[in-house]
Design a protein around this ligand. Structure first.
Ligand code: GLN
Length: 260
């Protein structure tokens, strides 16, 4: 087979880019290039003439309520094409504000509902400005491995019955700080609250997205993902893990002291 290629689309990169979420595209691109796979990254902005059918991986980052409101109508008009793409095993990574809008709806801090595109069977609700936000480092268990990231969200996501989470929280809040669940997964669509950006410091998750996209596009001709020198990414993962777990341990020992 001649060299493989992947099209990576980033939805609203100027508006949904909290904590450098656009870095997810850079990480995928870099991991492709290091293996001789061509990666073409396309920005999709409000009003652009673009079809999800041209994509192998679609990324949506986080944004505050104001930015979410700005993209919402445009995302809605693409909703059915995006759902078809997911039904056709298209790969998606939607982070935080993007994750909320890929659910059924998000009720923002002012109580107004923003309709989502219902890729995930989940609703997100912001309990209002007087309630603390979910902020800090997160560690979650995903398929027996750790994923790490940073979260900062007021909205709480609740998965409806039958909707699988992406991962289970080890440390941090995750979807809502109550049920121990992090993110959601439908076919090859991944939703998560993890910023970071998440893929540069979770190389195993990045490779999973690439692998799924290559399999979908090339079937049995899909190239194997060869190991690459990603020591920096693995060090970033280890450092984030250490920092998240030591914050949790010191918080627990403070609480333990107080309530002992
Ligand atoms: N605006 C949303 C919230 O606060 C999402 C924030 C984010 O993407 N970090 O819940």
């Amino acid at each position: 087979m001649t060299s493989a290629a992947l099209n990576i689309a980033v939805l609203y990169p100027d508006l949904l880019n909290l904590y450098g979420d656009r870095g997810n595209a850079r990480a995928l691109e870099r991991r492709c290039t290091a293996r001789g796979i061509d990666a073409l990254v396309t920005a999709v902005n409000i009003g652009d003439d673009w079809s999800p059918q041209s994509a192998d991986i679609i990324l949506a980052g986080g944004g505050q309520d104001r930015e979410q409101r700005r993209v919402q109508a445009d995302l809605q008009r693409r909703g059915s094409a995006l759902r078809d793409y997911v039904d056709d095993d298209g790969v998606v990574l939607a982070v935080c504000g993007g994750f909320q809008l890929f659910g059924n709806h998000y009720r923002g801090w002012d109580g107004e509902i923003m309709e989502g595109i219902a890729v995930f069977d989940a609703v997100a609700t912001h309990p209002g400005p007087s309630v603390s936000r979910c902020v800090g480092n997160v560690v979650a268990l995903w398929e027996g491995e750790t994923v790490v990231g940073f979260e900062n969200h007021g909205g709480r996501t609740y998965l409806n019955d039958g909707q699988d989470p992406l991962a289970n929280v080890v440390s941090g809040f995750g979807n809502n700080g109550g049920d121990g669940l992090e993110g959601a997964r439908v076919d090859n669509a991944f939703g998560t609250y993890l910023h970071g950006a998440v893929l540069p410091k979770n190389p195993h998750l990045a490779d999973r997205l690439l692998q799924l996209a290559l399999q979908r596009r090339y079937g049995s001709d899909a190239p194997e993902l060869q190991p690459i020198d990603d020591r920096t990414a693995r060090r970033a993962h280890a450092a984030a893990l250490h920092s998240a777990l030591s914050t949790r341990d010191s918080r627990e020992s403070r609480l333990g002291r107080r309530f002992a």
